[in-house]
Design a protein around this ligand. Structure first.
Ligand SMILES: Nc1ncnc2c1ncn2[C@@H]1O[C@H](COP(=O)(O)OP(=O)(O)OP(=O)(O)O)[C@@H](O)[C@H]1O
Ligand SMILES: [Mg+2]
Length: 533
């Protein structure tokens, strides 16, 4: 068996996929000797009401190592992180940092031990400036007065170290795009020079170029002796940045390997407890279908020339390119939430979309990326969240047909493998990726004819991702037109019929058929920007 069992777990490990391969048999990670690990979680259990989020989970990370923690949505990764951070108490077990058992009563205790955490959900205060957010814990004071000038200067230095010199430390966080907010979170965590840095899905809203920059920073921190724990659903990243990994399933540690000792497929199967099809759905030959959606003389940015583009019925058009080149703006404009000029025709007829209600009336839906702000009512039950999108359609003279609502919600829960205690659970109690599934389910409910996806699989585990790709392809085959912006190049290449590479608000190149490869998409992203510059 090519996989390392974890000593100290109280019960037998579930059977692991039997695969042989050269060199596998001795693929054992030496565990750091007890006490010498930079960070250890020993037999951690945690229960939330009826849900056993962690059961005797183990994690052991060597000093100056980059260690990935992997697992499906709801496996317990963030719960473990929050316990290490002192945000939630553990039921049983021990957290050991640098050989010392921590008594974690609050986040302060964990910070004092040198642990810094970037959480999956952004924690910045939107009303405050970037500098304020960065220095919240330790604003420089002179004779008790906060020196904003100095704070701004410190913030500027920290941003520059991350290649973020273009962000003004005085601007409020609120107006910044999600990816910049994410980078600020990371800057904030690294500013305290932690011994152990934990990144819980810090890359999930970042595009290729920023991920590279972040990984550069992670490597240099590691080389200076910092221990880094990363949680990600992008398998490629694990093999790029991590030295070793721990796999969780249903709250238990089920494997621990050095990177290089196992294949991605083996790890995915271990996370799921079964073999998972990680094959993109087949792309059908698109015949001479008439354009279902025509964009004419579009200007997303006033100083750029107008452009036109046609998308056929049944087509999945990918929007690629570097971050912030207008991909999100295009989708927001089509949905009536961003400025732009031009004509939109659906089936040859011009449509006017000034606000989302216009878009929805025409069968255009947008699946948003910021599930907290736009997609979910966290305090309400999952079933209500799912049903909300179609209430009007399923109500009869103002009376909600409870039966229909329940059937629809249950169907979505089943199809998207949404892991719940009960459909009445508040959305806030779900894991991050599970919340995203609920958002997708909610918008699918409208049976739209044009679907606008804004980085839809951010934070979704591998198994569900591939299920989602099949769902999108099915919708397209049934006649929907899909526009998909993704920060994940692999996804653009695997799923899309054509990929429009954006540069400064304009689709500067459109790749199709055999032309669509990862290298080509990345190369085109840089080429169009250079040509424009
Ligand atoms: N505050 C809470 N109240 C109730 N249940 C919770 C709470 N926090 C987490 N859970 C449950 O604990 C389990 C583990 O959740 P956790 O957030 O740790 O998963 P995760 O591995 O981080 O998943 P993801 O990849 O989706 O982020 C899930 O079933 C989740 O619904
Ligand atoms: Mg999580």
């Amino acid at each position: 068996m090519g996989v390392v069992g974890v000593a100290g777990v109280g019960e037998p490990l579930p059977p692991l996929p039997q695969r042989s391969g050269p060199g596998r048999a001795d693929a054992v990670v030496p565990r750091p000797a007890p006490g010498s690990a930079a960070l250890e979680a020993r037999a951690i259990s945690k229960r939330f009401g009826g849900i056993q989020a962690l059961y005797r989970a183990d994690l052991s990370v060597a000093p100056a190592e980059v260690h990935a923690v992997l697992g499906e949505n709801g496996a317990g990764k963030s719960t473990l992180v929050k316990i290490v951070a002192g945000v939630i108490p553990l039921d049983e077990g021990e957290i050991v940092v640098g050989g010392e058992v921590l008594h974690l009563a609050s986040p302060r205790d964990s910070q004092a031990a040198g642990v810094a955490v970037v959480y999956q959900e952004l924690s910045l205060i939107p009303e405050l400036s970037v500098a304020h957010n960065l220095l919240l814990a330790k604003l420089p004071k002179r004779a008790g007065i906060i020196s904003m000038a100095r704070a701004n200067r410190l913030a500027e230095e920290a941003l520059a170290a991350l290649g973020l010199g273009y962000i003004d430390p005085r601007s409020p966080v609120r107006g910044l795009p999600l990816d910049q907010q994410q980078m600020i979170e990371i800057a904030k965590a690294t500013m305290v020079r932690p011994r152990v840095l934990v990144l819980d899905e810090a890359t999930s809203s970042l595009g290729g170029a920023e991920v590279e920059r972040l990984f550069g920073l992670v490597r240099s921190l590691r080389d200076q002796g910092t221990t880094v724990v990363v949680i990600t659903h992008r398998m490629g990243e694990v093999w790029t940045i991590a030295d070793a990994m721990t796999v969780l399933r249903d709250g238990r540690t089920v494997g621990r390997f050095p990177v290089g000792a196992v294949s991605q497929n083996e790890v995915v199967a271990l996370m799921a407890g079964q073999d998972v099809r990680t094959i993109f759905p087949e792309k059908p030959a698109l015949g001479a279908a008439r354009p279902a959606l025509e964009l004419r003389d579009v200007r997303l940015r006033p100083d750029r020339p107008p452009w036109s583009l046609q998308v056929r019925r049944g087509e999945i058009l990918g929007l690629g390119g570097l971050e912030g080149q207008g991909q999100r703006e295009l989708l927001a404009w089509l949905y009536g939430t961003a400025k732009g000029t031009g004509t939109v025709l659906m089936d040859g007829r011009p449509v006017r979309v000034r606000r989302p209600s216009d878009a929805l009336r025409h069968g255009i839906v947008l699946i948003p990326e910021d599930r907290k702000a736009e997609g979910l009512h966290l305090e309400l039950p999952v079933r209500w969240n799912l049903a909300m999108a179609t209430l009007r359609r399923r109500s009869h003279f103002g009376v909600i047909r409870m039966r229909a609502e329940r059937d629809f919600a249950d169907e979505a829960i089943r199809r998207l493998k949404i892991k719940l205690n009960s459909p009445f659970d508040a959305a806030s109690t779900l894991s991050g990726g599970t919340q995203q599934k609920v958002v997708i389910g909610k918008f699918m409910a409208r049976e739209p004819s044009v679907l606008l996806f804004v980085d839809p699989t951010r934070g979704i585990d591998v198994q569900t991702k591939f299920g989602f790709y099949e769902m999108v392809r099915d919708l397209a085959s049934a006649g929907a037109t899909c526009l998909l912006y993704s920060s994940d190049t692999e996804e653009l290449v695997g799923v899309c019929d054509r990929v429009a590479v954006f540069c400064d608000g304009v689709p500067a190149r459109v790749l199709q058929g055999e032309e669509i490869t990862q290298d080509a998409v990345v190369a085109a992203s840089f080429a169009v920007v250079e040509a424009a510059g």
